[in-house]
Write a protein that binds this ligand. Sequence first.
Ligand code: UDX
Length: 455
Amino acid sequence: MEQGEMAEHGGRRPRLVLTASPLQGHMTPMLHLATFLHSKGFSITIAHSELNRPDPSNHPAFTFLPLLDHLSVTPGFANAVQFLQALNDNCRQHFQEHLVQIINAQKDASQKESIVIIYDNLMYFAGSVAGDLGLPSIILRTSSASTFPAIKIIPQLHQEGRLPVQDSMLQEIVSELHPLRYKDLPFISLPIQQTLELVNMIMPKTPPSAYMWNTLEFLEPSALTQIRNNYHVPIFTVGPLHKISPTPSSTSFLKEDSSCISWLDKQASKSVMYVSLGSLAKADDKVITEMAWGLANSNQPFLWVVRPASIKGFEWIEFLPEGLVTEMKERGLIVKWAPQKEVLAHFAIGGFWSHCGWNSTLESLSEGVPMLCHPFDADQKVNSRYLSDVWKMGFEIVVERGEIEGAIRRLLVSKEGEEMKQRALEIQEKVKVGVCHGGSSHNSLKELVDFILSL
Ligand code: UDX
């Protein structure tokens, strides 16, 4: 923040306590937001669980507050309810004690520091503690805005008898959520009581002072209008946060294998299919085997991230036949974790086969890379539908070897694929405009800073 700007606000420097969730796709945008806000003159504390803790050495200017969570593994979607309950129950007390300590220590101080809590919606204990202590709070939502109405409507659909959904209705559009179909609704593959419990947990109980979405206005105008009509607090659209953070440092829990960049350097422009299913999805060995055959038979170069322990019952890809692995190595590279943003920005990348997590989606459209959509659950099905039906820069893949070969060629070397690439490039241009001076996200971040200073 400029000196003048600080003076305008009486030189007050609120301490921002950002409460980050232990999931990679949530931690990364929170740390990028923190870096941005620090560059605007705010003191930053990152409250985080001990599970998947961020590396403080990558962020020397921040204070870190580890919260005792007593958790040892990140769950799959099926165990999300128990995981979130334990995470929130375990972290709450320590978080509250810490804030009380800061507040009490300030009682006699001549220059008091105000505190604003910014929290990931999965860390809802932070909102409740903020409410108890009378502190303002802002929720950062790290998934698409379109996911929010799709989650919010679930209890209503259940009450009206529209959920659990009949198989015959899966392809039907949910009239309130056009163009989403019943099959695109988050978490409906879980037993209905679990879905309802999860929805109840992640919808805010303590009204926040404002919301922030890691998105851009032009991407999801109707969802944002719906949200603004329902919530009469400021809604800031601050994405994509990885393009806004002034000096992005590593936020990865896993070590990135940068050798793939020199391999990409040797490939032809826009020829490589990049494949990654994010940090949480678990596939079974049959799915991975089909993916491997499809990639091997596609005759296109590929870079495939297979995360350790992401295949149910296996360490890595030891179950794939040796002959197939040898065949794949002729034109592809398999790594355990990649520097994804750098990969997507590389000239050699022609397409991204993705689970459509929101970060991966934003990173792909920020680089103008068209996508093959392979959603698992949560917001991924919503994002996949938007990619194929609204932004028209990708399509959903059928994970069967013969289909995969065709889909890769359709995306990388067909006329239709060329059109998707063009649309992806148009979206990339709009993203650039959005984050530049005077663009919607740039303006929204400015309004966010002013709003925080006004609290
Ligand atoms: C989770 C949910 O699955 C997702 O749907 C939600 O939107 C956010 O939380 P995740 O599955 O990890 O996230 O997906 P995604 O949001 O795409 O985040 C993955 C992150 O890991 C991205 O920032 C990506 O760049 C990074 N990544 C992935 C790497 O850095 N290297 C890799 O090899 C793979």
